[in-house]
Structure formats: C-alpha cells, structure tokens
Design a protein around this ligand. Structure first.
Ligand code: NDP
Length: 293
C-alpha cells in the first residue's frame, strides 16, 4: 500500500517557517512583507480563493491588500491598479486572480506586473528565468509539487518523470522544475499516443489534466511516486458532491510507492507557496538573504 503524502501537514509546516521568517524580518529589519490580491468580478470560486489567501497572509504576519474591481472593469482600469501596486514599496507580491472577464487580455495584465513582484511566476520574464535556470519566482502549484517530491525522494536525479498536462500554470513549469532536478522528463497531453504506456514508464507521475479519476492503478509503475494536481468535483453519495483528483486514488494506492490524496495533497501547498514566494520577493527587494527551502 502506497505512502499517503500529507500535503496538508507539509503546507502547515511551510506556513510555520514563513511565519518565523516574517517575524525575523519585522523584528530585525522593520520589514513586513505585503501581498496584494486583485479580483475582477464576482466569481464565487475566485472570491473564496481570494478570501483564503487574504486570511492566510494575515495569519503568517504579513500585510494583505485586496483590490476588487467590477466585472465590467476595462483593461486600462486594471492596468492602472497594477501600476499603482508596482510603485508601492509596501507591496512585495502582486497576484491577479484568474480567470479574468473576456474583455481583458490576461497575459497582457500579467506582463504588466513588475516581474520581481510576480509571486504567481506567470510573467514572461519569470517563465524565461525558470526555463533557463536563472533565479526567479516559480509558479506556486508546481513549486509545491516539487517540495513534496523532494521530501519524499530526496535526490530526483536520473528519475523518469512524466507530467500529464501541458498548461502554462502547471504542466510546463512542472516539466522545467523536474528537468532542473536532472530527471528525464516527458510532458504528455491530449494528443499523446499510448498514454497508458507512457505513464507506466514513470518513476514520478504528475497528473495535471482536470479529468476526474482518469488515471487508473494499472497505468502506474509499481513503487512510483504519484502527484495528483487535479481538483474535480463529482457527484457523490446522497446527492452530495465530492472532490477527486485526476488519478483513481484507490486503485493507484495499491500499486504506487507514494501518492498525494485529493483533497489534502497538492491543494494546500499552493497558498503556502504563494506566501513563501512573497517572502522571497520581499527579501529580494531589500537585498536580504532568503532561505526558506
Ligand atoms: P488545463 O485545462 O489548462 O490543462 C489540462 C491539460 O490536460 C492540457 O494540457 C490538456 O492537453 C491535457 N489533457 C486533457 N485531456 C487529456 C487527456 N484525455 N489525455 C491527456 N491529456 C489531456 O488545466 P490546468 O493545468 O489549469 O489544471 C489541471 C488540473 O489541476 C485541474 O483539475 C485544476 O483544477 C487543477 N489545479 C489544481 C491546483 C491546485 O492548487 N492543486 C492549481 C491549478 C490547477 P492539451 O494541451 O492537448 O489540450
């Protein structure tokens, strides 16, 4: 039976380290890291995410700034908010909650953020830094996956890693991080042939597809470490809904060496890494050393 990788506990430990780093920065350098979150519109799921981010930011002792714009906001109105935050020395991290309404070009907005405040790591400069191995801000979800993998495996060098999914926010940056750890990396997607066969070769399997329980146990190499990024809501018992991943947890647990559950695996790591990235950005902006890994 696979080891259950407890992302919830790991994320709590990371938040504790962030909190200690924040109190040291506050005490010794009079520096309180600040995270600004910008929300456009009233999407209920986005509102929940933004509220959680704000709450956890305050809990670790950082300043939290929330900017809400109506869903009719124009691109130039949003860009004006970004410019103001770029110029605000109390703000070290800026996050624009996605998705944005149709009238707004998301990538243009992301690229307007000062790359050194881009705590989501989506700015083209940070994408380039990650791809070339230069220091920069790394997208939170893949960063969280990598922390769990290193904790589980130690050295990843030479491992055969398969990432299913090639999105800019998860699949591609995950591939870059695995390559940086000297894994042999395959990024699979909807056009991949013999996906089952590709997955069966993986010592490390990262699923970031968005299809409930798509990967069954018999696609998994015995002993593999499986990281399930997927968050899918499906019909449960008695008309209730429940969350499942992209991997069929029960059959996969019988074969894998270790596996993240959904919920309680990768999910909690994302906000914890966002807080970590904000401390990284605050340290960099003030020429202070950063060591939280
Ligand atoms: P996207 O929809 O942007 O990308 C999905 C990827 O899966 C695409 O590359 C797509 O291929 C591929 N894909 C779709 N169907 C198949 C298939 N049948 N076989 C192989 N590949 C397939 O999703 P995201 O990367 O944004 O998110 C993926 C999942 O992770 C979602 O469930 C999301 O909710 C979850 N998520 C969780 C986070 C967390 O905090 N834990 C954060 C972010 C996302 P193609 O490119 O060819 O279309």
């Amino acid at each position: 039976m696979a080891t259950r990788i407890d992302g919830k506990a790991f994320a709590a430990g990371l938040r504790e380290k962030v909190s200690e780093a924040v109190s040291t920065l506050t005490r010794e350098y009079d520096l309180v890291p600040g995270l600004a979150v910008v929300l456009v519109g009233e999407d209920p799921a986005s509102e929940v995410y933004v509220r959680n981010k704000g709450k956890q930011t305050l809990e670790v002792g950082m300043n939290s700034y929330e900017h809400k714009l109506p869903d009719t906001a124009s691109q130039s109105e949003l860009l004006a908010v970004i410019e103001q935050l770029n110029n605000d020395s109390k703000v070290h991290g800026i996050l624009v909650q996605l998705p944005l309404p149709d009238q707004i070009d998301s990538q243009a907005v992301i690229n307007a953020i000062d790359p050194d405040k881009d705590v989501d790591g989506f700015h083209l400069v940070n994408v380039g830094r990650l791809a070339t191995g230069a220091p920069g801000l790394v997208p939170c979800t893949p960063l969280g996956c990598m922390m769990l993998l290193k904790d589980q495996l130690g050295d990843l060098s030479g491992k055969n890693a398969v990432v299913v999914g090639r999105s800019n926010i998860v699949g591609k940056p995950m591939g870059s991080l695995l390559l940086a750890q000297s894994c042999t990396v395959t990024i699979a997607h909807s056009r991949t042939q013999d996906l089952a066969g590709v997955c069966r070769e993986a010592d490390i399997l990262v699923a970031a597809v968005g299809r409930p329980q798509m990967i069954p146990g018999d696609w998994i190499k015995p002993g593999a470490v499986v990281i399930d990024v997927g968050i899918n809501r499906i019909e449960g018992k008695e008309g209730k809904t429940r969350l499942v991943g992209d991997v069929d947890f029960d059959s996969a647990s019988a074969i894998a060496g270790a596996i993240t559950p959904v919920p309680g695996g990768v999910g909690p790591m994302t906000i914890a890494c966002l807080l970590r990235n904000t401390v990284q950005a605050a340290c960099a902006a003030n020429d202070l050393p950063f060591n939280l890994d």
